[in-house]
Every structure is written in structure tokens, then in C-alpha cells.
Design a protein around this ligand. Structure first.
Ligand code: KG4
Ligand code: ZN
Length: 356
């Protein structure tokens, strides 16, 4: 067991504004267990959908609007049982968005005279897995491999000990979720692209017997799959999708069958690479415990594939809603990093480019 001493009774307010979801959560810790008291998320997906991606200044305005709205929904509870710590996401993320959460956290910290922990969004995505277990599980889960796949990141991380992260590899260009969003846009689908592609890919069995001859050969590359490292690259995949799309007659590329086939192939290409790299790392480091996080893990096809491919491992994947950005990510981070809490609010700054 790690020597890190963790308080056994706490109430933490989590504030998340790193990208396009505003999240406010209350996490209680009692007798070595977590209890989620509130987890409210205001998604901006619809606001950004018409632009095909997230506009930082528009997102900032939405956070500004949503934070007090969400907070008012938990205010009664907070006044009755005030939090004794705040966890706020300070990075990585979009700078103007991060600042909205930080300023809001500072105001509340002043009001309740409590400390703040500056939360790392990436670590939060992985630690959120432990919410459903007694806290001692999080301390004894190692060595383990973590895979974080979101709209901004694709990273394979080795955790030899509790809270000791080592990035084995990461994407050299686009993240997997970003690749889904860009490919979806090429196909004329709305933002965020990941769920749209998943919806289409699930229709594959229905059209299987109707695939025309010229679409039967549709195949995309699996970038870097055979390279003996743990890095990823998904920008080329998006370019391959664009070339295929451009070379086809308008009627064909706008057909439902083409979109379904393309969605399935894009997903398979990305998932094949992710699985292959985990397998290699798992063998090299002789690891039997895997944990996952990030928005792309909301994908049912990927979740099922992971469970099938790594039957001999213990696998942790957060429930679907907790894969996406939410206030529990900084709250759970704040619990495990409570020794980093500060009352020096002036020093809290955004860190848009931090890693593990
Ligand atoms: O973790 P997240 O909510 O935000 C970031 O920190 O980036 O991840 C958002 C990403 C988007 O790129 C979105 O398309 C992708 O996760 N995503 C999915 C699914 N749901 C969200 N990708 C594939 N399948 C899904 N069901
Ligand atoms: Zn995220």
C-alpha cells in the first residue's frame, strides 16, 4: 500500500470547463468509500455542431453562462453541507475555457474559506475508474497500463506504482477522437463525430448483403500499427478518408451504404491500432491490469472489443457518462492529490498544455 495518507472523510466540489462540457460535481468520501452526491453536466455539443468543431471563445461564453446555472442546482445541498475542498481542472484544455472554471473555483473557495487542488484533466479521466470501488483498490491496482483516448489526447501510460505515471507513447498528430470528428465532418455528419460514426457503424449488418461491388474493397490504413513503439498517428487516416471521398461520384459518396461502410472502417482502423499497441505494451511490461478513460471509450464497440481481446486481464472502463468530461474528474483527482491543496488562490493558473 502506498504511504500517501488520504483523509477518510471529505466533501469535494469538482469544477470542469476544459473543453465543451461544463461540469459541477460533489463527491463525498466516507469510511474509505466514494459517494457521488451530484454530477451535473451542461454539454455544448449542439452549440458547436453547426461549426463542426469547438470554438474556444464561444465555449468560454457558454461556460460563463452554465457555471452559475449548474451551481444553483446544488447550492441548497452545499449550504447545508459545505465542501471542504475544491478540485478544478487547470489543464490540459482550451485556455479561455479553463480560466472560466478557475475563476469560478476561486470565488467559491473564498466564500467557504477552503483550499483548492489544481486538477490534471488527463489523470482525472483515468482515476475516475476507481469511484465504484473502495479507495484501497486505487492504491493497489499496480503495475497497470492506462489508455486515454479523447478528443485532444491519445496516450498509453504505464503506472508502475500508485500515482506514478510514465507516458509510453502518444499521438504524433491528431488524437483518435479528433480523427473521428474530422472524418465525420468529411462525411457530412455533425459534431461530435465519434457518436455519429458509432451510430452508422452499428447499421453494418443491415446493409451487409446490399454492398455494391465497387464498395466491397473499401479499406483504410492502420497507421503505425507495425512500428515497434507506442506512438500513434491519425492524421493520415483522415487524409485517406478525404481522398476516398473525393474520388467517388457525388451520388455514391452521399449514399447511406457508403457512409455506413466508411464509419465502420474508420472505427476499425483506429481500434485495431489502439488494441495492437496495448497488446504489445501488455506483453513487454507483463501487465495484467488495464484501465481506460476519455470520451472515445463511450463507444460500445470499442468497450466490447477491449473486453474480448483482454480476457485474462482485469479491465476498468468508466460507465459511459463518466468517459466524457464531467466534474467528477477534477473531484476525484483532488481527493488523491489532496496533499497538493492550496489556499494561495493568486497562484492558481491555467496550464493548457500539461501532460501526465
Ligand atoms: O474526453 P472528451 O469528452 O473530451 C476531451 O477531453 O477531448 O472526449 C471527446 C471526444 C470527441 O472527439 C468525441 O467525438 C469522442 O470523444 N466520442 C466518441 C464517442 N463519444 C464521444 N468517439 C467514439 N464513439 C463515441 N461513442
Ligand atoms: Zn476529456
Amino acid at each position: 500500500m502506498s504511504k500517501k495518507k488520504l483523509s477518510s472523510k471529505m466533501r469535494i466540489l469538482g469544477i470542469e470547463t476544459s473543453c465543451d462540457e461544463t461540469g459541477i460535481a460533489i463527491l463525498e468520501i466516507k469510511k474509505g468509500k466514494f459517494k457521488v452526491k451530484a454530477n451535473l453536466v451542461a454539454s455544448q455539443a449542439k452549440v458547436h455542431a453547426k461549426y463542426g468543431g469547438v470554438f474556444p471563445n464561444l465555449a468560454k461564453r457558454e461556460h460563463q453562462k452554465n457555471l452559475p446555472k449548474l451551481f444553483s442546482l446544488v447550492e441548497k445541498f452545499i449550504l447545508k453541507k459545505p465542501p471542504n475542498l475544491i478540485g478544478v481542472t487547470v489543464g490540459p484544455g482550451l485556455d479561455p475555457c479553463l480560466w472560466q472554471g478557475i475563476e469560478f473555483a476561486k470565488e467559491i473557495a473564498k466564500k467557504f474559506k477552503i483550499s483548492v487542488v489544481c486538477a490534471n484533466h488527463l489523470i482525472g479521466h483515468l482515476l475516475v475508474n476507481f469511484l465504484k470501488f473502495p479507495i484501497k483498490k486505487a492504491k493497489n491496482f499496480y503495475p497497470a497500463l492506462g489508455l486515454l483516448v479523447s478528443g485532444g489526447h491519445t496516450q498509453l501510460v504505464l503506472m508502475e506504482k500508485f500515482l506514478k505515471f510514465k507516458v509510453l507513447g502518444e499521438t504524433r498528430d491528431d488524437a483518435a477522437g479528433e480523427c473521428f470528428d474530422k472524418c465525420a465532418r468529411i462525411l457530412g455528419l455533425s459534431y461530435p463525430g465519434g457518436p455519429q460514426l458509432e451510430k452508422l457503424a452499428k447499421k453494418f449488418q443491415k446493409i451487409f448483403s446490399k454492398i455494391p461491388k465497387n464498395l466491397k474493397t473499401l479499406k483504410l490504413p492502420r497507421p503505425m500499427i507495425h512500428q515497434k513503439n507506442y506512438d500513434f498517428s491519425f492524421a493520415g487516416l483522415k487524409t485517406a478518408v478525404l481522398y476516398d471521398f473525393m474520388k467517388r461520384p457525388k451520388k455514391e459518396r452521399e449514399s447511406k451504404i457508403y457512409k455506413i461502410l466508411m464509419a465502420k472502417e474508420i472505427q476499425e482502423a483506429v481500434f485495431d491500432v489502439l488494441i495492437e499497441k496495448i497488446k504489445r505494451a501488455q506483453k513487454e511490461f507483463k501487465i495484467k491490469k488495464l484501465f481506460f478513460g476519455g470520451g472515445v471509450l463511450a463507444n460500445k464497440i470499442l468497450r466490447e472489443r477491449i473486453k474480448k481481446e483482454f480476457k485474462k486481464c482485469e479491465i476498468l472502463i468508466p460507465q459511459k457518462e463518466l468517459c466524457l468530461d464531467n466534474g467528477l474528474l477534477p473531484a476525484v483527482f483532488a481527493f488523491f492529490y489532496q496533499d497538493k491543496k492550496t489556499k494561495n488562490l493568486e497562484k492558481i493558473k491555467s496550464l493548457p498544455n500539461i501532460s501526465f
